[in-house]
Design a protein around this ligand. Sequence first.
Ligand SMILES: [Zn+2]
Length: 69
Amino acid sequence: MSCPICKRASDQKYRPFCSNRCAEVDLGRWLTGAYAIPTDEPGTLDSPSDASAAPSTDEWATPGNTRLN
Ligand SMILES: [Zn+2]
């Protein structure tokens, strides 16, 4: 079995991924994909209630914004 992210050989510790990094990448894709379904609009960044509900996905929705801190 190979890593679904980078196609390298998967590590038993992080199966089916090769590393924790790829596992987090996949999780990030899953989260952003899950949030793309209900919102379905690019202009949802101006609704602060969404950001407080899911702070972990906020950095994916607004890259660079967290760098300012
Ligand atoms: Zn990988």
